[in-house]
Design a protein around this ligand. Structure first.
Ligand SMILES: CCCCCCCCCCCCCCCC(=O)SCCNC(=O)CCNC(=O)[C@H](O)C(C)(C)COP(=O)(O)OP(=O)(O)OC[C@H]1O[C@@H](n2cnc3c(N)ncnc32)[C@H](O)[C@@H]1OP(=O)(O)O
Length: 194
């Protein structure tokens, strides 16, 4: 097989994650990183509108209500939408590390079907860091933070610079994001704070 290793097991010399001193306080709403994001953007009508909050340690929690537009089988959430909810929640961990990172690998277990109308309560944490690689896990529970587990994920995110988006994104959206001073301020702040 060519290409990078796809293991989700951190190497033996991986370090424990450290919450950045400027990370949002536990309970603080993180807000959307991009208003047209399918996971968290308020301007994306069929999106998940996931609301993520900083948790304790290097963890976050999030809530997502499964809507009619999110179906796969009749009356049930689409598996890809649930993977998006897990991915987006894991993406929120960037705020705790103050590091910009993108998903390299996401492994999902589907444990229970999730009906339309469900409030899915998600929790994610960073488990290890090795160079640019950030390892994490996430769960989604039905109805409340202590509800039955419906989905689980393990993931590896890879740290990138803002240039990752500028060089690879479509010009129209990049120009619009670049003209939003808040977006650039937040993204750059992540880069200069080690
Ligand atoms: C102006 C606008 C501002 C906008 C501000 C936006 C703010 C922030 C937005 C965040 C959004 C969040 C939303 C949710 C999260 C997504 O959904 S992100 C979107 C989905 N993900 C992607 O599109 C990523 C696509 N993939 C890539 O771009 C590249 O493959 C990657 C992941 C950046 C890695 O490429 P690379 O930088 O060349 O890194 P590379 O040297 O190959 O690998 C580095 C290390 O990672 C390992 N690795 C790489 N890929 C993998 C893999 N798939 N499996 C296992 N290991 C891997 C390598 O083995 C290597 O390990 P070591 O050798 O260091 O031990």
């Amino acid at each position: 097989m060519s290409g990078p290793t796809t293991s989700l097991t951190p190497p033996a010399d991986a370090r424990r994650p450290v919450r950045h001193p400027d990370a949002p306080a536990p309970g603080e709403l993180l807000g959307s990183h991009y208003d047209r994001c399918f996971g968290c953007g308020g301007e994306q009508p069929h999106g998940l509108h996931l609301e993520t909050r900083a948790g304790e340690g290097v963890g976050v929690t999030a809530v997502f209500t499964v809507k009619e537009a999110h179906q796969g089988a009749p009356g049930l959430a689409h598996g890809g939408v649930l993977a998006t909810a897990l991915d987006e929640t894991l993406g929120g961990l960037s705020w705790l590390l103050r590091t910009i990172a993108v998903t390299g690998r996401l492994e999902t277990d589907y444990v229970r079907p999730v009906p339309v109308g469900t409030e899915l309560h998600l929790a994610a944490e960073v488990t290890a860091v090795h160079g640019r690689k950030i390892y994490g896990t996430a769960t989604g529970r039905i109805g409340g933070p202590d509800g039955p587990v419906a989905v689980r994920a393990a993931a590896l995110f890879v740290e990138v610079k803002v240039d990752h988006f500028i060089e690879n994104g479509r010009d129209e959206e990049i120009r619009s994001a670049m003209s939003d001073p808040d977006q650039i301020k937040v993204a750059r702040a992540f880069e200069v704070n080690p």
